[in-house]
Write a new protein. Structure first.
Lengths: 261, 158
């Protein structure tokens, strides 16, 4: 690891000030991606700004017709939250299958989405459920947050504070985890809110995306049979030593059916 | 830059000035000489370095020492009774031959203790899922699962 300075401010405004004063500073949430990245010398921040002393960022509360989850809520906290289980059990289930037990005890929702790993699980939930990301300065729609490979709509110095998930009559995630890393080789979140159906796919492409054809079919008839004959276009999907693009396109179809059943 | 930290490790207060890049695993092993916490992969895959941070199992090679400021850390050296009596999970690993070379064992035991406290049941699938973050290169999983079930039962009855 290269050397760096360390700050642990007690207010979100101080976090932002430190980030704006130093463009090579990085936010530290749970550290489950950042610390291994630093150890491999794949990043060289001048300083880490630790969010752990900022009050209120771990809260999970029912709000309106949904649930608001603080950026520093761990995957284990989301998975075990009676509030999330009551409002969106499919979201709690997603959180319970991220990484392994030790990673879930440290890794956070805010860290995961700000990192925007193309194979992370949460992006599919944010896009499918139409979540709203609250930062230190504004609200960002889930569908506009993830902009590319490890790229988000966050501005320099902007910090995720919480994520609001609206309730859904159906919300379920199915993934095909890589057996070694447990990251999604592909993952599909299907959400139905009123007459609207969203199908969000993670792990299969460079960034989470919606499968429009599946959404149209499921809007017409919300059954697994409605997807019969539909195959995702493999063009542009990830192809690597674990699975080629055609294989990923196939398992996205399988997972979409599982996420409806 | 060095940062002042204070924590407790196995019930003993510890205060140090540390480089921010020092890992919790390095503080435990190199400074406090608690070498029961093993470092296997050092890439947060294998779980050999698992310790409890405020009661939750974490991979100490993926936690900075500065992040442990103000916390209670429990390592494999801290779980036996004051008279040296083995923790029920340690006793179960011995009884059921839940180790071969022993390298993964401290992490397995620490992970299993949290699993025993939180698992809804002690079915084989639950135990295997719960220990997904701990790898045994000897592939001794059959007896590890047996040991964890017995240890967890002993903890729940004790």
């Amino acid at each position: 690891m290269y050397g760096f300075d360390y700050h642990r401010p007690a207010a979100l405004s101080d976090v932002v000030s430190l980030l704006i004063a130093d463009e090579d500073a990085k936010v530290l949430a749970g550290g489950q991606t950042l610390i291994p990245t630093l150890k491999q010398r794949l990043a060289m921040p001048t300083s880490l700004v630790d969010l752990s002393a900022v009050p209120g960022l771990r809260e999970i509360v029912a709000e309106g017709d949904g649930v608001r989850i603080g950026a520093m809520a761990t995957h284990a906290a989301v998975a075990g939250s009676a509030c999330v289980r009551g409002i969106l059990p499919g979201l709690a289930d997603l959180a319970s299958h991220i990484g392994d037990a030790q990673v879930r005890n440290r890794g956070t929702i805010g860290g995961s989405i700000a990192n925007a790993d193309p194979a992370a699980d949460y992006p599919a939930a944010l896009v499918a459920l139409g979540a709203i990301i609250r930062t230190d300065r504004r609200d960002i729609a889930g569908g506009e947050f993830f902009t590319g490979l490890f790229e988000t709509a966050l501005q320099p110095g902007e910090v995720v504070a919480s994520v609001f998930f609206p309730a859904a009559s159906h919300a379920r995630y199915a993934k095909f985890p890589n057996p070694a890393s447990r990251y999604a080789m592909a993952g599909v979140f299907v959400a139905r809110q009123g007459d609207s159906v969203r199908v969000a796919v993670t792990g299969a492409g460079p960034c989470v995306f919606r499968w429009d054809a599946a959404e149209a079919a499921l809007t017409a008839a919300f059954t697994a049979d409605a997807l019969d004959g539909l195959v995702l276009d493999a063009d542009g999907l990830n192809s690597d030593m674990h699975a080629d693009a055609a294989y990923r396109a196939h398992i996205v179809g399988v997972l979409a059916r599982r996420a409806i059943a | 830059m060095s940062v002042a930290i204070s924590l407790t490790v196995n019930g003993e207060p510890v205060s140090r000035e540390v480089d921010p890049r020092l890992l919790l695993s390095q503080l435990l092993r190199d400074d406090l000489c608690l070498t029961g916490t093993h470092v296997g992969c050092d890439t947060s895959q294998c779980g050999a370095c698992t310790v409890h941070l405020d009661g939750l199992s974490v991979k100490s090679c993926a936690v900075l020492a500065v992040q442990a400021d103000g916390t209670h850390v429990l390592t494999i050296e801290g779980i036996a009774g004051p008279d040296g009596a083995l923790h029920p999970m340690q006793a179960a690993f011995r009884e059921h031959h839940g180790l071969q070379c022993g390298f993964c064992t401290p992490g397995m035991v620490m992970g299993a203790i949290e699993l025993a406290r939180t698992a809804p049941d002690l079915e084989e699938a639950t135990i295997r899922d719960g220990l997904e973050g701990n790898l045994c290169r000897c592939t001794g999983y059959q007896n590890i699962v047996k040991a964890v079930r017995a240890g967890a039962q002993a903890m729940r009855e004790g």
